[in-house]
Design a protein around this ligand. Sequence first.
Ligand code: CO
Length: 134
Amino acid sequence: MPFAFDHLGIAVKTLAAAKSIYEKLGLAISDEETVPAEKVRLVMVPVGDTRLELLEPTSNDSVIAKFIEKRGEGLHHICLRVPDLAAAVEKLKADNVRLVSDEIKIGAGGHRYIFIHPSSTGGVLLELVEAEKA
Ligand code: CO
């Protein structure tokens, strides 16, 4: 299974406002989903083989709220799908790459993910998710 581009994460103040441009374009939008651990509510907007992830903070101390406070709404992270996340993380740690968390986290729908710190990626917060086993 090759690497693939999974989604772009966009920090927004409100999903309702952010969704409207995609609704006007006629794109389908997923139902809203809350991820309590990350203090966000999100929708996915499928575009071709990839997706836009719109992220609204559910609390003022959410990472997304802090991002918006500092930089305003906008592109927050990009996400690649990897064949074997544990192996990738092990290799990154061995190479002293700075990760946002020490361990792989389990997100909505049981998917496994980790973030690589922008200081190790040329300034882009990079999320890795594990590809679904076929
Ligand atoms: Co994401």
